[in-house]
Design a protein around this ligand. Structure first.
Ligand code: ZN
Length: 54
């Protein structure tokens, strides 16, 4: 069985030679824990932290 390739690249986007993060880190869990990008909010699947978009 082939090993699944890393999916980390999906979280990054290259624009004009600069790498920008698509997702945000959870302020509670710290770097490494990404928050899910919803239409009107960011949520952390680990601690449940929610940040509403303005
Ligand atoms: Zn969290």
């Amino acid at each position: 069985m082939a090993k699944k390739p890393s999916q980390k690249w999906k979280l990054y986007e290259v624009k004009d030679g600069k790498v920008t993060r698509k997702n945000r880190f959870c302020p509670r869990c710290g770097p490494g824990v990404f928050m899910a990008n919803h239409k009107d909010r960011w949520t952390c699947g680990r601690c449940g932290y929610t940040e509403w978009k303005k």
